[in-house]
Design a protein around this ligand. Sequence first.
Ligand code: ADP
Ligand code: MG
Length: 169
Amino acid sequence: MKSLPYFCRGEVVRGFGRGSKELGIPTANFPDSVVDSLPADVTTGIYYGWACVGNSDIHKMVTSIGWNPYYKNTKKSMETHVIHKFKEDFYGEILSVVLVGYIRSEKSFPSLEDLIAAINSDIEEAKVMLELPEHSKLKEDNFFTSTTDSSPASPSSAASTSQSIINGH
Ligand code: ADP
Ligand code: MG
């Protein structure tokens, strides 16, 4: 996939209440503007990478890009499970992510237990893959640090806090 690593950020919006949180695997949803800007070769499926909420710490994550059942599968959705326990929800905050690698294609599962088992195995794979030096170094990318710089001396700060896609920075 030539577009990887793929950097993007956007506001966390409400999903369509599929109860991900009840399964213990909440997923922060991006708005359509972010999803519609995905390069064509970033296909549906499960990815691993790094994520950062607002200006806080950078964590490992898994992201699912899939067909949104709410829109009768005519629109893609992009949802990120950050591998970290947060004290509170973060709707409305800016989520920055880098998709680093591809785990698998979208699948349907015979039962909820099978789905949860697959997601937990995705999470374990993400944790291991992101330890590889070529993947862990992306955590240090200035894509993430640029969001913390609100100094007017920084010409990039206005652009970096916008909700647009920022890649090839
Ligand atoms: P929705 O359908 O609104 O996306 P979810 O059940 O998927 O609801 O929960 C997602 C929300 O949970 C996120 O928008 C975020 O505010 C919150 N949240 C709390 N912890 C996490 C986490 N570790 N990863 C992703 N989202 C989290
Ligand atoms: Mg969600």
